[in-house]
Design a protein around this ligand. Structure first.
Ligand SMILES: Nc1ncnc2c1ncn2[C@@H]1O[C@H](COP(=O)(O)OP(=O)(O)OP(=O)(O)O)[C@@H](O)[C@H]1O
Ligand SMILES: [Mg+2]
Length: 236
């Protein structure tokens, strides 16, 4: 089944087209990676999936219903997002993790939540602004899943992290997808990371889809010469 279906989607920013005629189906319960060079439209695409932005043309379908017909609050509870630079609220780790559930009147087991994202419960009272990059990203992902979403949107969640922290976040995401049955859309511009993470991939260049498919097909039988260039690291 598809979590999302994009039909002829176009997006415009400051009068400039940033996505054009994009068709894409995103399968349920999988990790789909969005790949592409800097400025190719990866973040612009991700932002359409929880209505941080709306398309200028075409439509995005979420669970068989146009995304524009979903109540935004309900949609954002189902479709959580964590960004490249975790923007944590002022206060402690616990404050950050309790914020969403309090807003939606949901009970959470805070210690279970810490264990789920791989943080020591001794850190609950720590000020969020004092965390390392990797710890902050775990809290940010924890905050995204704290309201029980079905989908997790991740925009280059490991950029700027050292290799160990990067690997920890990758493993965390895989574990969450498996244990919570999430659908994850993971933006990266590193083909090696996409290989490690993704069940499927889409490659964007200049706001247009170049190629998409299951990861093994994408890697082993690319149809477009630009995909091969991207895989070889020749397309930056
Ligand atoms: N708010 C904005 N106003 C004007 N142009 C924008 C805005 N946001 C993005 N763009 C432009 O849209 C295009 C796509 O940007 P986007 O951030 O989606 O790319 P990206 O693939 O995520 O890049 P990166 O890998 O650097 O994060 C770029 O040319 C960018 O300059
Ligand atoms: Mg981006």
């Amino acid at each position: 089944m598809n979590a999302f279906k994009l039909e002829q989607v176009g997006a415009v920013k400051s009068g400039k087209p940033v996505l054009e005629s994009l068709d894409w189906c995103i399968e349920d319960g999988r990790i789909s990676t969005i790949l592409g060079p800097s400025g190719s439209g990866k973040t612009s695409l991700l932002r359409l999936l929880n209505r941080l932005d709306d398309p200028a043309s075409g439509q995005v379908i979420y669970k068989d219903k146009p995304i524009s017909s979903w109540d935004v609050c309900v949609l954002r509870r189902e479709v959580g997002m964590a960004f490249q630079r975790p923007e944590l609220f002022e206060g402690t780790v616990e404050d950050n993790l309790r914020f969403g559930p309090a807003l939606h009147d949901i009970h959470i087991d805070i210690e279970e939540m810490m264990a789920l994202v791989g943080l020591d419960r001794g850190m609950l009272k720590q000020e969020a602004r004092c965390l390392s990059g990797g710890e902050a990203q775990k809290v940010s992902i924890g905050r995204a899943i704290s309201v029980g979403p079905k989908v997790l949107l991740l925009d280059e969640p490991t950029s700027g992290l050292d290799p160990t922290a990067c690997l920890q976040i990758e493993q965390l995401v895989k574990r969450l997808v498996k244990t919570l049955g999430l659908t994850c859309i993971f933006v990266t511009h590193f083909i090696e990371q996409a290989k490690r993470m993704g069940d499927a991939a889409i490659l964007l260049i200049d706001g247009r889809k170049v190629e998409e498919g299951p990861m093994s097909e994408f890697l082993n039988h690319p149809q477009d010469p630009r995909t091969l260039q991207f895989i070889r690291g020749e397309l930056k």
